[in-house]
Every structure is written in C-alpha cells, then in structure tokens.
Design a protein around this ligand. Structure first.
Ligand code: SF4
Length: 168
C-alpha cells in the first residue's frame, strides 16, 4: 500500500519492523485466522494468542537485550509476500486510539519514512490511505492500538469513537 513512497528495496534492506524486543512486543502485527494458519503450516512451532478477534504470535520469556522475530520472517524476507497482514502493509503508519478518537501516527523506527517532510507523510494519507486505514479498522478494530508515547500523530479521524476501543 505504500509502494508509491516506500520502495521494496529499502524494506528488504532493513526488516527492523519484523524484529522486536521486550519493549515493543506490543507492536507485533495482528493476523487474520487465514494468515495465522498459513504461518503455522510453514512454521508449526509458531504459537499464537487471540487478540480481539485476530491473532498475535505468542512471545515467551525474553531477556532485557534479547530480540525476537516474527515467525513469518525468513532469510529471504517475509514469507507472506504481498499477503502481509494489514498492520505490516501500512507500516510505519499506525492506527491508535488517542483520547477517545482514532488517529494515524507514525513509528520513528522506520528511518526511511520518518525522515521525510511531514507534509509528504500527511499528503499521502490524504490521497486515500487514511480512508483505507479507518475503513479497515471499522471491520477489524483489533488493529487499533492504545496510544503509545513518542508516536507523532499525523491525522485524527473526524468523528469520535462512540465506543472507545481502549479505556482510560
Ligand atoms: S508478517 Fe511479514 S512483514 Fe509483518 S512482521 Fe511478520 S515478517 Fe514482517
């Protein structure tokens, strides 16, 4: 979904968004049941837990400096190809709930996009990406994360949530 502003080569050379530590375990992608099954066929040892109708992979005990990878990550990149979870297709844009409203934020860990002019990041949202993200979140509220400090808010949804996803 971001091919217009984020090249596949840049992503292939990085893959930081597929590797996590204990502090960003909350950032792991939410999978549909179909994708979860596909990963488990290729990687039977992968374990998942449910999250509001979707699935996230199970993270065991991890040490302070320990890193862990998404089970879909292979030495050739993501085994899911163009069928990545929505979370990954919009990365580093994120959808979060901020004070009872949904908002689109951006993760600073993606240097490729984070260092672009703010106007370019917002303009791309206005060209249709924001509508796609909010529409998907209507159907899959499990992808909406609680606001996490340090994620700049790029755009708020106009309407307030009638039933906030996360309580404060
Ligand atoms: S599903 Fe693919 S793109 Fe998403 S975190 Fe896992 S390996 Fe990376």
């Amino acid at each position: 979904m971001l091919k217009k502003i984020l090249s596949g080569e840049a992503c292939a050379a990085c893959r930081l968004c597929c590797i996590f530590d204990r502090y960003d375990a909350w950032e792991t992608p939410v999978f549909t049941d179909e994708i979860r099954r596909r990963i488990q066929e290729a990687c039977p040892e992968a374990e998942f837990v449910t999250k509001d109708g979707g699935y996230i992979f199970k993270v065991g005990e991890i040490g302070e400096d320990q890193l862990f990878s998404c089970p879909a990550l292979t030495e050739h990149g993501c085994m899911l190809g163009d069928d990545k979870p929505f979370d990954c297709r919009i990365w580093p844009y994120r959808i979060m709930e901020v004070g009872g409203r949904r908002a689109i934020t951006i993760a600073s860990i993606c240097e490729e996009l984070y260092n672009r002019p703010l106007s370019q990041l917002v303009e791309f949202l206005k060209e249709g990406l924001a509508d796609s993200i909010f529409a998907y979140a209507d159907e899959h509220p499990e992808i909406v994360k609680p606001y996490y400090e340090g994620y700049p808010v790029l755009m708020f949804e106009r309407k307030e949530l009638s039933d906030p996803v996360w309580g404060y």
